[in-house]
Design a protein around this ligand. Structure first.
Ligand SMILES: CC(C)(COP(=O)(O)OP(=O)(O)OC[C@H]1O[C@@H](n2cnc3c(N)ncnc32)[C@H](O)[C@@H]1OP(=O)(O)O)[C@@H](O)C(=O)NCCC(=O)NCCS
Length: 181
């Protein structure tokens, strides 16, 4: 079923967001305990140092104040010229398939397009069958698979690196298939 009511996307993260967002990360069933710890650390670094110093930017989707439905965390990759990482993008299981992921990605891209130096957005993910819908999401939103690191996470579990070229109009929201040169 498609969107009931478009959520608002805000570019601010508060201390009160940590518990619900971590609950949401756990609720997806996609992330193990070590990954949940990292998700929390990125939030805490952002809150302690701010986005620019920490390098971790957040976009939070919510349908009503204080009830987040998903978030994206992204930032410039240190020591690169204009390469950015989509560290995390998560939508609450009950809210998936309603276009919220696309809206979060649109917010990330809007922020990156305001930076003249931003060139590419990378997303790394697992090759496990669990992640097939995630691969579909990235491809649908214009990401291209640019590399695959065999057995990266564990034997039989490759890392797939997706990349989206920033700056070309992609029609997001609505997403379209992109091309990398
Ligand atoms: C991946 C994720 C963020 C996508 O968010 P979402 O709100 O469900 O995605 P959207 O509704 O915006 O879907 C956008 C497009 O992606 C594709 N897509 C999304 N979910 C899909 C699925 N389960 N199967 C196939 N395609 C899918 C569709 O083409 C969809 O476009 P359409 O609705 O026009 O057909 C979300 O499903 C999620 O949190 N997954 C678990 C965590 C995860 O894998 N995060 C990424 C790694 S950090």
């Amino acid at each position: 079923m498609k969107s009931i009511e478009a959520p608002a996307i805000r570019a601010t993260l508060g201390h009160a967001d940590i518990a619900p967002l971590i609950g949401l990360v756990r609720a997806t069933g996609y992330f193990d305990d070590a990954e949940v710890v990292i998700a929390r650390e990125l939030m805490e670094l952002h809150l302690a140092q701010g986005a620019e110093t920490s390098g971790y930017f957040f976009e939070v989707a919510e349908r009503s104040a204080g009830v987040p439905l998903g978030y994206a965390c992204h930032g410039p990759i240190p020591a690169t010229l204009g390469s950015h990482d989509l560290y995390w993008i998560v939508v609450a299981p009950e809210a998936q398939g309603q276009g919220i992921g696309k809206r979060l990605l649109a917010a990330v891209l809007a922020r990156l397009r305001a930076r003249p130096s931003a060139r590419k957005l990378y997303a790394e993910t697992s090759s496990r069958p669990l992640y097939r819908p995630t691969h579909s999401f990235y491809r649908h939103c214009g990401f291209m698979e640019v590399a695959r690191l065999p057995d990266f996470y564990r034997p039989g579990d490759d890392q797939i690196i997706f990349c989206l070229k920033i700056g070309l109009p992609r029609g997001i929201p609505g997403c379209s298939h992109g091309r990398l040169p």
